[in-house]
Design a protein around this ligand. Structure first.
Ligand SMILES: [Zn+2]
Ligand SMILES: [Zn+2]
Length: 280
């Protein structure tokens, strides 16, 4: 079974009280984070997920709401529940240096002491797949901000596929990257306004029928997106939501949503559901 838990689906501003970007992926052989925003420990502890279980962290880009939780994770592993087994951190070029600088800014003394567990950084580059236990990680470039290398990811595990947009403007490349995926977790920072560095709901809704995946779930939800959530026909992430990947082998083109899911705080279906389908 492959499971994705939404630890935080808020934007940089914590719209609607949602936590910063972080997703927990559990596969038969590995447990890893995709992004690690500053609220990572709150997110894990609210859901009673033991931080010790995390084998690795995969970071999409070096914006604070996506990697700013790493020093807090290190502090957890140093003082709260001392860790001895290795932790691998994957991310764009500069991941090691930027994280170390952040750690030094936040906890100067601790950052200068030797780590009590083996910590490794590995830089990933768009287009070059990487193996992490039973997972094939395929990083791809996204169009977010020009000063950083920003990536989305396609994770493939035993026929199951999870695609994450990271932060990005809309590009038709997502149609290719998300092809055959069980789950496409796509950022949706705004509802209407098209901003050059993020995706609006209008844009993804206009392209949703072209994306051949089982299920699209919107995340990185901004204030305006949340305000107009009733007009949104696609599924929106909620902190604490768990999504199980059913396997691509049974995918029928454009079927959605068929993956079984459990969601601790699932709300009753809204009356706008029918309209939602049509708007897709
Ligand atoms: Zn962000
Ligand atoms: Zn960003």
């Amino acid at each position: 079974m492959v499971k994705v838990t939404i630890l935080g689906c808020g934007d940089a501003f914590g719209a609607g009280g949602r936590l910063h970007s972080a997703y927990l992926v559990e596969t038969p052989q590995s447990t890893f984070l995709v992004d690690c925003g500053p609220t990572i420990l709150q997110a894990l502890k609210r859901l009673r997920i033991d931080p010790e279980r995390i084998d690795a962290v995969v970071v999409s880009h070096l914006h604070g709401d996506h990697f700013g939780g790493l020093p807090f994770l290190f502090m957890q592993y140093r003082y709260e529940a001392p860790r001895s087994r290795p932790l691998a951190v994957y991310g764009p070029p500069g991941i090691g240096e930027r994280t170390q600088r952040l750690f030094e800014a936040l906890y100067e003394k601790s950052a200068h002491e030797p780590m009590n567990f083996p910590l490794s950084y590995q830089e990933l580059t768009p287009g070059t797949p990487h193996a992490l236990a039973d997972v094939r990680i395929v990083p791809f470039a996204v169009q977010h901000v020009s000063e950083l290398c920003c990536m989305g990811y396609r994770f493939e595990v035993d026929g199951r596929v999870f695609v994450y947009s990271g932060d990005s403007a809309w590009t038709d490349d997502f149609i290719t990257h998300a092809r055959g995926a069980d789950l496409f977790l796509c950022e949706c920072s705004t509802f209407e306004p098209e901003v050059p560095i993020h995706i609006s709901y209008r844009e993804i809704a206009a392209h949703a029928r072209d994306i051949d995946c089982r299920r699209i779930v919107l995340t990185h939800l901004g204030a305006e997106t949340l305000r107009r959530q009733r007009e949104i026909s696609l599924d929106c992430a909620r902190d604490g939501m768990t999504l199980e990947l059913a396997g691509t082998r049974q995918v029928s083109p454009r079927a959605r949503p068929v993956a079984p899911r459990t969601d601790a705080r699932r709300r009753p279906k809204k009356a706008s559901r029918g309209r939602a389908r049509r708007a897709r």
